[in-house]
Design a protein around this ligand. Structure first.
Ligand SMILES: [Zn+2]
Length: 339
């Protein structure tokens, strides 16, 4: 008879033990959950500091193609850690970045250039002439977008802006953007004035400011001058010149109208990869290296735009937030000589 109550007590005890264990497990899991949530919140705060706080409204806009391209490159380049600031990715100083740029197209070699970019898994920026855009099949421009390349405005008719009135310059840029818009439903994000001339032209200033398009020239130091001999007609020379002279933040001036330039790309890209370069868009160079490229609000304010206006338009502030920037080859060169 003793054996009967015993199992009952054991069962009750077991049930109690089980209940206690369940309660303990519940409590522990709640603590762990709280800790996890706290950790996530803190990480979010740390990640959102500095650069990202400067981005504000721009970060909330639809991510651009360039941003996704940077993300993809990061996965292939193990040493690269790009973080998102503004509309584009930002690369740390210990990563060597470079932007290949092709002016004056679309032209006969543009499809070959795109083939080379795709084959090598890299991006570039195309500064296109509006007239050429309007005479080109939309599929060519769509392919640039598909390959995560950046679209640049090189005026409607390749006019030297210093020879135009303010209104004429403005119209040249507007018409080019409209031509691009008609083909792919989006306008350019960067501007390069023909011949690199007229960086302080008011029409250019006004248009780029209103449309938040960076104004950039190129890096003279690594420019192979592919429109003239010895680079013209010599793919190997063109490739080697860029490989030998490129440095972090270089924007390489090339033209997709020259066969030798198109032919140089496989060798050029491989050589640059061997030297550790990561290929990015022009906007990404600007947003990652603006501090070292000599881009300052002073350049803009010297033309009469007051800094509060710039701050209002680009709440990020004077360095990362200001999308309007002058990068002349001279400025870059001088900045590099200083360092
Ligand atoms: Zn040009």
């Amino acid at each position: 008879m003793n054996s009967r109550p015993q199992p009952k007590r054991t069962l009750t005890a077991q049930l109690n033990a089980l209940r206690t264990t369940a309660l303990c497990l519940f409590a522990v899991s709640m603590i762990l959950l709280c800790a996890f949530v706290f950790m996530l919140t803190s990480m979010g705060k740390v990640g959102g500091s500095s650069d990202e706080t400067t981005a504000t409204s721009e970060t909330t806009t639809v991510p651009t193609t360039a941003e996704t391209s940077a993300t993809e490159e990061t996965t292939t380049e193990s040493t690269t850690e790009a973080t998102t600031t503004g509309a584009h990715a930002s690369y740390p100083a210990d990563t060597k970045i470079i932007a290949l740029t092709f002016d004056d197209g679309p032209d006969k070699c543009t499809p070959q250039v795109l083939d080379a970019l795709e084959r090598n898994g890299v991006v570039a920026t195309f500064f296109m002439i509006g007239q050429n855009v309007s005479g080109t099949d939309a599929s060519v421009l769509k392919r640039m977008v598909d390959l995560k390349c950046e679209i640049g405005n090189h005026t409607w008719a390749h006019k030297t802006l210093t020879k135009l009135s303010v209104d004429e310059a403005y119209e040249q840029l507007q018409k080019c953007d409209q031509a691009i818009m008609d083909k792919i439903g989006q306008k350019a994000t960067v501007i390069r004035p023909p011949e690199g001339a007229g960086l302080m032209q008011d029409g250019l200033f006004k248009y780029s400011f209103e449309n938040k398009e960076y104004v950039v020239n190129w890096d003279d130091v690594c420019c192979p001058k592919d429109w003239a001999k010895p680079a013209l007609g010599d793919a190997h020379y063109t490739a080697q010149y860029v490989i030998d002279n490129a440095s972090d933040g270089s924007m390489v001036l090339l033209h997709d109208s020259h066969q030798s330039t198109a032919d140089s790309l496989d060798e050029m890209i491989q050589g640059l990869k061997d030297k550790g370069f990561v290929f990015v868009t022009v906007s990404e160079v600007l947003e990652s290296r603006s501090a070292s490229l000599g881009l300052t609000v002073e350049k803009a304010t010297s033309k009469g735009w007051d800094s509060s206006m710039l701050m209002e338009a680009y709440p990020g502030g004077p360095v990362y937030g200001v999308r309007y920037a002058y990068v002349s080859s001279k400025l870059m060169f001088e900045e590099r000589k200083k360092s």
